[in-house]
Design a protein around this ligand. Sequence first.
Ligand code: PLP
Length: 388
Amino acid sequence: MGGDVMTIYLDNNATTALAAEVRDAMMPHLFGEFANPSSPHSAGMAARRAVSEAKAQIAALIGAKPADLVMTGSATEATHAAILGALRVIEETDHRRDHIVTTAVEHPATFALFDDLRQRGWRVTVLPVNRDGLPSLVDLAAAVTEATALVSMMWANNETGVLMPVEGASAIAHAHGALFHSDAVQAAGRVPVDCGIADYLTLSAHKMHGPKGVGALYVRKGAPFHALIQGHQERRRRGGTENVPGIVGFGAAASLASLWLDEADLIAFLRDRLEQGILARWPGAVVNGAGTARLPNTSNIRFADGRGHPLDAEELLMRLNRAGIAVSMGAACSSGGNEPSHVLTAMGLSGAQAAASLRFSLSRYTTAAEVDAVLSELPALHARLVAA
Ligand code: PLP
């Protein structure tokens, strides 16, 4: 997939290719059907209908009602809208609750917000994770009290694919009257996600073969919410003229994702073939997070040099890139520095071990031939990098 036919694209947790079906659904709304959904004329009403239909498609993916969704400009915005929107109401209605909880492995969309909230006076608990990247529900139960306003825990980790104990976490939060938010960006469309456990859920179109720049927030009916962006759109919950082509594309992508959920075993089969093939060809390679349930498409692998020491994975990434294979060092590096991954170091890896790790993330479009082509490159790369 993608513009360069030579590229074997294994970076689908960063973003995915737009599906042809999604492009086809969006096209009429990019050219021709351009009306504003708030306009009173027929063309405006048609745009409004298109947005409603798309929201029904997205809602169906997570078992929600269309009216429970607030469309946003990204998942990052959706997470900010959920957490800030909830805390704004709590601040005004329940002064006792001054505490919020998250985990050490969240996406920057969440942890940067928690850093900001800490600076603004909220007491913050960041739950540590074990060697497999899992937070302990015993730790969570000890942390959550009647002073806790909100718990935020991602559904699946973007770097390792590790599935988090969201159901248990939600039960603990709710037992103390706290709200529960989950960033389900990597999980939705890859494993079943049921909105029933959460007060707020964050979704993103571009991780499921939809367009970039469109997110969605599920808000449970009756959950506290104050709009981050004022305006009459989205039932006053998010101002700004709707991104009609983007929302329509998100709807089409969600419909495809619902169908493709049945094919998760096929993606897992290819991922396992890749993973086992790499481990067989690279002595000392280890899968990060292998001891627990993971997304079917993700493999985070730590590479070793000839003496079993951590390899410089950036060199390996660049050589794979030269061979037309796109993978990633976990989350995209922050510009300028090469900070070791906070996810991997939270799992107990040293900085050097984290820097020895690469993320391979597959999609519905990954083929067995592509997996085999990657595996066939490895012996030569091993010889070059380990002998060097
Ligand atoms: N949350 C997770 C787990 C992600 O992987 C990403 C994307 O990298 C985001 C949030 C942010 O999504 P968006 O690019 O739509 O803001």
